[in-house]
Design a protein around this ligand. Structure first.
Ligand code: WTA
Length: 654
């Protein structure tokens, strides 16, 4: 971006902080139509009325899902444990697949798969249904029963949703492990939940190379004695090591299976899956989700926030190995009968415009991605999206971290052509679905996830559990929600401690947020990623955002170092844009720039120039590791980072 355009952006930010969606657009939205039907005049009234949880979520369930046996009660709340749609008999696979094949959706495309080499395969709901049934029958023949755990280690192939749904169908609990994780990480997770069967593939394509996932799965399984069989989906057909006792080819074990498989009738509150996520300790937390509430919560939020209609082409560009993919590539879109994109490869491969040309080719109407991805595209330059026709897009989304206003504006301008509202959705693995997010009728402020969605009660609390405005505090959720986690796998004590012990009967999200005078939430980052400098609370990400708003900065990671007088001092590691020379003068300039953006108190005491900052494979900057390295503490395991070599670079910062 040129300096002139940077200026253009700051003018936009100052003069036009609120983006109002046009009336024309509002009229056509799912949410507005629903409000009209129920005589609700505006967003405020909707938010207020929907606080009657039993009424609101009961209505949503009526419109979205089909029970085998109706529920007795919408909600049973015995903090911190919840039951949604108690007494119902249900299976999410029924809504994702079975109900569609009775209708004309049977021939509708569920997934458009594009491989990295460019191969495209479309899967109809009917085809997906059959393949799920065959795999479900194969799993049964291997002795997998209701309640058993199945570990899945697959990349972005349609076989991943198929494997998840096959488990759901027979009542088994899936535990998907992100394909970018190491063999050790996979093995640890298999062992924690004692998985009976594991599923992987031979290879997948990433940046033009074939990655041998089978080999990694083998390394994992060697140390996971509970796993009796490894099912291998054949993507490339290249040779792989083979263990005659345990290994089974997917195509061979499904080939002769019947194309029908009866869906197991579950209790609506039975477990659907476990998904491990990092906590503050080294041991990941096994977040548990159940069938019924999760189905209603995910489908409802997708239907209203991204406003999906029958002819939309939805692209959630996350990995299915994370909750975003579980909820918004697999379950919610299938329940709604949507057509989704699944892309196997790297974003800017082989050309920087890969994503944008895919949007043009498949006529994508709604794109949902992360601020990290947006910033990476920003760094590559707007000439690439400009080469492609993006007119099919009507709505955009963001998730995973606070989106800095500069990235918001770039996304809005170059991808959305100033026509597409941006849905900045705040949620967590634990919440299962969006909790704080705009609807397409909400006036937007760049950088704010706006307000709690209908049926959600969120607040910002100070340490005394009092709601506060215009100051950083604890983001809390006051009432249960349908996709709420059902505890941690075999660890109720940790569940109660981490989320429910700070404030009585109140869910602690672990994020720091501010609520402004209009009731808009500005999530600043994790509570452990917040600095306290001389009694002032400053989000690491706020300082990073200020740094990256400087025209010479590509990326920044900010950490706090212990400081005698101020409590903490601020250190920034900065990646400069291509061609920019590091210098002491530039450090001064950046300090002043942050001072100008946030205030003198936020100016970094130290700045170091580096080539790269350590990140997880989902793009989160690993401040904990950077901090440990910078202050000379033990760094710990870095094998799951996307770029472990960047850790050394921290001590060599100039
Ligand atoms: C952060 C990802 C600001 C937050 C769905 C949360 C966000 C954590 C946003 C959960 C957002 C997610 N604005 N921060 N729109 N969305 N976060 O479990 O710190 O991988 O607690 O779930 O990401 O990350 P997780």
């Amino acid at each position: 971006m040129s300096n002139e355009e940077k200026k253009d952006i700051s003018v936009l930010l100052e003069e036009n902080r609120v983006f109002k969606p046009p009336e024309e657009l509002i009229k056509q939205t799912n949410v507005k139509k629903w409000m009209d039907k129920h005589g609700i005049k505006d967003l405020d009234e909707l938010l207020e009325k929907s606080q009657d949880l039993e009424w609101f979520w009961g209505e949503m369930a009526k419109e979205l899902v089909e029970w085998y046996k109706p529920y007795d009660k919408v909600l049973e709340w015995d903090p911190p444990y919840v039951k949604w749609f108690a007494g119902a008999e249900y299976n999410i696979a029924h809504d994702a697949l079975d109900k569609h094949v009775r209708t004309e959706r049977k021939d509708k495309v569920a997934y458009i798969f594009e491989g990295e080499p460019g191969d495209v395969k479309k899967w109809t709901y009917g085809e997906l249904y059959t393949e799920v049934n065959k795999l479900a029958n194969a799993l049964k023949s291997l002795g997998v029963k209701k309640g058993d755990r199945v570990g899945i280690y697959l990349p972005m192939h349609v076989e991943l949703p198929i494997a998840m749904l096959a488990c759901a169908k027979i009542g088994a609990i899936h535990s998907v492990v992100f394909s970018g994780f190491s063999a050790t990480a996979f093995s640890d997770r298999l062992n924690d939940c004692k998985a009976k069967v594991a599923i992987t593939c031979d290879f997948f394509y990433r940046r033009g190379k074939k990655v041998s996932l089978k080999k990694q799965a083998d390394d994992a399984i060697k140390n996971s004695p509970s796993v009796e069989h490894l099912i291998v989906y054949k993507r490339t057909g290249d040779e792989v090591p083979w263990n005659e006792e345990k290994d089974l080819w997917w195509d061979e074990i499904t080939k002769n299976q019947p194309a029908e498989c009866e869906t197991e009738k579950m209790d609506a509150n039975d477990l659907l899956y476990i998904l491990y996520t990092s906590g503050t300790t080294g041991k990941p937390k096994g977040i548990q989700h159940a069938h019924g509430g999760y189905a209603v919560g995910t489908a409802q939020t997708l239907r209203w926030v991204f406003d999906l209609k029958e002819d939309d082409i939805w692209w959630c560009a996350a990995d299915i190995g994370w909750v975003t993919g579980h909820s918004y590539i697999v379950y919610a879109p299938l329940i709604l009968g949507t057509t989704s994109i699944i892309y196997e490869g790297a974003p800017a491969f082989p050309e920087p415009e890969r994503w944008w040309s895919m949007i043009e080719k498949h006529k994508v109407t709604v794109l949902y991605t992360s601020p990290t991805a947006i910033r990476a595209h920003m760094k590559l330059g707007e000439e690439y999206p400009q080469k492609c026709n993006l007119d099919s897009l009507r709505l955009l989304g963001s998730v995973g971290e606070p989106i800095n206003p500069e990235a918001w504006i770039w996304y809005h301008k170059y991808i959305g052509k100033e026509q597409c509202p941006i849905m900045d959705t705040w949620w967590q693995t634990e919440t299962g679905h969006f909790l704080i997010s705009p609807l397409p009728i909400t006036p937007l402020k760049p950088g704010s996830a706006t307000k709690p969605l209908p049926g959600i009660a969120a607040e910002v609390y100070n340490e005394e559990a009092e709601p506060i405005t215009n100051a950083g505090g604890n983001l809390v959720i006051l009432k249960p929600w349908p996709g709420m986690l059902r505890g941690l796998y075999k660890d109720p004590e940790r569940y109660e401690n981490v989320y429910w012990s700070k404030f009585p009967n109140t869910y602690l999200a672990g994020d720091v947020s501010r609520k402004d005078e209009d009731g808009y939430f500005w999530v600043q980052g994790r509570a452990d990623d917040v600095l306290n400098v001389a009694g002032h609370r400053i989000g690491n990400s706020e300082v990073e955002s200020a740094l990256v708003s400087h025209p010479k900065v590509a990326e920044a990671a900010v950490i706090g170092k212990p400081h005698e007088l101020k409590g903490e001092s601020i250190t920034a590691f900065v990646v400069l844009k291509k061609g920019v020379e590091p210098s002491d003068d530039l450090k001064k300039e950046l300090r002043e720039h942050v001072g100008k953006e946030i205030g003198k108190i936020a100016r970094p005491d130290e700045i170091g120039f580096v080539n790269d900052v350590p990140k997880t494979r989902s793009g989160k900057i690993m401040r904990r590791i950077i901090r440990a390295k910078a202050i000379g503490e033990k760094v710990g395991d870095i094998s799951t980072l996307a770029n472990p070599e960047a850790v050394e670079g921290i001590s060599e910062a100039k």
